[in-house]
Structures are given as structure tokens and as C-alpha cells.
Write a protein that binds this ligand. Structure first.
Ligand SMILES: [Fe+2]
Ligand SMILES: [Fe+2]
Length: 482
């Protein structure tokens, strides 16, 4: 949904108008998350005012069952105060009332197609959306397919890549974080009348790109998505650029991300120390989502150093939970979803993920005597408990590493690419099995009789004319355990 106002006073100047929001009561189509994909699905949508909602659903196109939605206020989104651009101080921008409806469909049977249609009511107004469908997770031993996506952030070609992905008709998506750039900016999620959007970004908001629904494209309305938070899911991004904010725990909050996907985070603990991890079983696959990320705009060895929230030190709550979660799972395959690119090339990899300690001789410098918690704490757990793959994002590249039987995959170049030709390798010296950054990509995974098979797929033909769209550029197989 967009509108361009071409003033053309000087023939070459095109002035983008403010966004035009979708008509009616809703800001979005339905989207889905679940912690029990074989038996339950949460149908979620956003509305402009407090409304009532109901979802009609059933295993035939006639449907016939009904689930009433529970209403919530989604707090914290704001519109721009000026047409010229956003004020960087969130409080100076007007708060946008956003409401959320969540209908939980329960008692579903595994491996079943469920049709559904959401209806929104306000007074004498009633609006019904299109009838969509999704598939519940199968029982153990049955086939299924999924895709990896990451780092949308309104990047240039996300819409085209997601459209191509939507044509693959998978059963679910693993999304490795960085959904938008700045969560409090409503105009990054959906169009709002009068809300400024950067030129060129007004037709690729998160929901517009991820809810494309042309004849053959099936995305968020047709399948659950399992997310983890990235550094861009922190409400106020000044924690990444201003040291006074970074060092103040009260400035760190993940409230908008956690409200959007409320059923994944039932405790709704938004601040530092809150629970931002979960797991779910999908057929033979155990999916574990953890919260690992950081980002600062200054040198990693300059005080106060790079600050990692959502602790992953050996004795942390998150690591204790991760160990128990992996240990008690008897799933045939195990997959971990996290944002931080724990083996990737690039400057980030040279600053360890652990607590910085101020240098006694030079207080402007820091060191990381505790080592790297990703490599030294998470990696051994993945190896000990038989994790087959870990996928992440953040560098917006396609790379896969194989270390002691665990695949580490970044399939995050769906919209742009941040790989520099001279980027250093990870401090461990581990080098990727493959790097493919001349085009956009995503990964598709099939679980079936012959094990778990993954394929990196080329999703664009760039000016360099390398390859072709749909080309498989990388594969790995995890044989079925006997
Ligand atoms: Fe990113
Ligand atoms: Fe990131």
C-alpha cells in the first residue's frame, strides 16, 4: 500500500508522499506463532482501535468452528513528528494506538490442513478477511519442509526475495532476528496515514513484505514463524550508538517485539534479565530459540566495551535453560535459532562476546578476559547434546560452517549484503565451507525418509549475471539416526 505524489516541479525531483494506510479496522492481515505447532495455533492481527475478533476455522473450506479473540493494547509504537524525518528521541514522536487480537485455535490434529478466516468487529462495523490455511506439525516420522529467513529491516530487495520464497510453499519459517530497524517506528511495520517513511521504504514495511499474498505467494498468513530477537529488536536503538544509554539497563527493552509475538513469550518480561527464549517440537525437529546479540557503534576495545545483554555466561539463566532444554529433548533432529553470527567473518568476530573489563593502566581501554561465550560456552553445548544446525543472521550474508558435526548457517542476504572482501576470519581460525554473496539467497530444509536435507538457494540475478534464480548453491544432509 503506497502512494507517490509526483510534484515534478523541477522535472527530476519526485517527492514521496506520506504513507496511505490500508482502509478499514485493521493494520495487518493475520499472522501466526505457536509453541505447540501440532495442536495449537495463535492467529494474530493488529487493529486501529479496540475491536472484537473471531476466527472461523475448520479442516474443510466450509470451516464451521469459531474461536473468539482476546484483545490487547500494543504499547510503544510511535509515528513521526515531522514529515522531514523521525526525531531520534522517541518521546518527541506521537504515540500511535495499536491494538492486537489473538485467537488461539486448540485441539488441532497433527499433520492437518486448517482453513481459517478472521473477522474484526467494532460497533455495527464487521470486516472479514480472506480465507487462508495452514498445516499443523506432523507426528514424528512424517515429512515436512521449512525455510530460513533473517534481517529484513526494509532492505532494498526483501520484498522480491520473500515473494520468491512464498512461491516455495513451505510449512514454517525460522526467522533469525532483525525484523525492522527501529521497533518504535510504526511506519517500519505497516503504513499509517500521515506517518513519515523514508523514500523507497514505504512499500516494504515488515508486514507488507511478509504478507504478500498474490495468487501463488504464501507467507505469514499461511504458516507459523519462529523468531528470535536481534539487536534491532531493542525498542530504542540509541543503546547501540550512545554510551550513556548502553550502560543504563533501564534503557534496554524488547517490548514491541515481545508484544507482537506475545504467545512465544508468555511472561512478557521486557527488560534486562527477562526470559526471551523458548523451544518447540515440529515433528522430528526440536527448535530452540535463544537471544544472543550485541552491537555498538564504537570500537570493541574502547571503554565501556561492547555490552551484551541477555547473558550467556556459563552460570546465566539462559545458558542453564538451554542446557536443560537440549538435554531433555529426545528429538531426532535439533536446531538452534539465534541472531549473533557466532563464527562469522568480519570485525565483529574479533571482539569476544563476554563482559568487558576496564584496563587498569588505561581506563579508556577494555579487555575480555572471560573469552568468548559463544565459542566457549554455547558451541560445546551444541556439540554435547547433538544439535545438527544453528542458524543466525546479523551480517546479511550467506555462509555455512561445519564444526565437530554442527552446521552453522547464516542465510541472511534476503535484502542486502554486508560482506567486505577483506573481512577477517573469525578469531578461532575456522573458515566457512561456503560463502556465496554475489546474489540474494535463502535456505530450504526438508525432513523426510532420507534424513534432514538442506539447500541454499539463489534468489536473485544481480548485475554480475552469476548463476540463475532457483539454483541450489549449497547442500548438506543429516542422515537419519538408526
Ligand atoms: Fe541485521
Ligand atoms: Fe543484527
Amino acid at each position: 500500500m503506497r502512494k507517490f505524489l509526483f510534484t515534478c516541479l523541477l522535472c527530476t525531483l519526485c517527492v514521496p508522499a506520506v504513507a496511505e494506510e490500508r482502509p478499514g479496522l485493521t493494520y495487518t492481515d493475520p499472522y501466526m506463532v505457536t509453541l505447540n505447532p501440532a495442536n495449537e495455533m495463535n492467529i494474530i492481527w493488529l487493529t486501529k482501535e479496540p475491536c472484537e475478533g473471531v476466527v472461523e476455522y475448520g479442516t474443510t473450506p466450509d470451516m464451521g468452528s469459531f474461536a473468539k479473540a482476546v484483545g490487547y493494547e500494543l504499547k510503544g509504537m510511535r509515528t513521526s513528528a515531522t514529515p522531514e524525518g523521525y526525531d531520534p528521541v522517541p518521546e518527541k514522536n506521537p504515540e500511535l494506538p495499536v491494538y492486537q487480537l489473538i485467537a488461539k485455535l486448540g485441539n488441532l490434529k497433527p499433520g492437518t490442513v486448517v482453513y481459517y478466516k478472521a473477522t474484526t468487529k467494532k460497533g455495527d462495523k464487521s470486516e472479514s478477511g480472506k480465507r487462508f490455511f495452514f498445516k499443523t506439525a506432523p507426528e514424528k516420522g512424517k515429512d515436512f519442509d521449512f525455510a530460513l529467513v533473517s534481517d529484513m529491516q526494509l532492505k532494498v530487495k526483501t520484498k522480491e526475495t520473500l515473494y520468491f520464497l512464498g512461491m516455495q510453499h513451505k510449512d514454517f519459517i525460522l526467522f533469525a532476528g532483525d525484523l525492522a530497524n527501529t521497533p518504535w517506528k510504526a511506519g517500519e511495520w505497516f503504513d499509517v496515514t500521515g506517518c513519515y517513511q523514508a523514500p523507497g521504504e514505504d512499500d516494504r514495511t515488515f508486514f507488507e513484505a511478509f504478507q504478500q499474498d498474490d495468487s501463488n505467494c504464501q507467507l505469514m498468513q499461511y504458516m507459523p514463524v519462529f523468531y528470535c530477537a536481534g539487536n534491532h529488536e531493542v525498542d530504542d536503538q540509541r543503546v547501540s550508538t550512545e554510551k550513556a544509554f548502553a550502560t543504563d539497563d533501564s534503557k534496554w527493552s524488547w517490548s514491541i517485539y515481545m508484544q507482537l509475538f506475545r504467545p512465544l513469550y508468555p511472561e512478557q518480561e521486557y527488560g534486562v534479565g527477562g526470559r526471551r527464549w523458548y523451544s518447540a517440537n515440529y515433528g522430528d525437529l526440536h527448535i530452540t530459540s535463544i537471544n544472543v546479540h550485541r552491537w555498538q557503534a564504537w570500537d570493541g576495545f574502547e571503554a565501556p566495551g561492547w555490552i551484551t545483554k541477555d547473558d550467556i555466561s556459563p552460570a546465566s539463566k539462559q545458558v542453564k535453560w538451554l542446557k536443560e532444554d537440549l538435554e531433555k529433548s529426545d528429538a531426532k533432529y535439533k536446531w538452534v535459532l539465534m541472531h549473533w553470527h557466532m563464527l562469522n567473518r568480519g570485525e565483529d568476530g574479533y571482539t569476544h562476546v563476554s563482559d568487558p573489563v576496564i584496563d587498569k593502566k588505561d581506563p579508556t581501554k577494555v579487555a575480555y578476559p572471560a573469552g568468548d561465550y559463544c565459542y566457549d560456552v554455547l558451541r560445546p553445548l551444541f556439540e554435547q547434546y547433538g544439535v545438527n544446525a544453528v542458524n543466525y543472521g546479523h551480517s546479511h550474508v550467506y555462509e555455512r560452517y561445519l564444526v565437530n558435526g554442527v552446521n552453522y548457517i547464516e542465510a541472511a542476504s534476503i535484502g542486502n549484503n554486508y560482506r567486505g572482501t577483506n573481512d577477517p576470519y573469525h578469531f578461532s581460525g575456522v573458515q566457512p565451507v561456503i560463502e556465496a554473496n554475489d546474489f540474494r539467497t535463502f535456505m530450504l530444509v526438508h525432513v523426510g525418509k532420507n534424513g534432514m536435507t538442506a539447500a541454499g538457494m539463489q534468489a536473485s540475478l544481480e548485475d554480475n549475471k552469476i548463476g540463475y534464480i532457483g539454483r541450489v548453491i549449497d547442500t548438506f544432509t543429516v542422515a537419519e539416526a538408526k
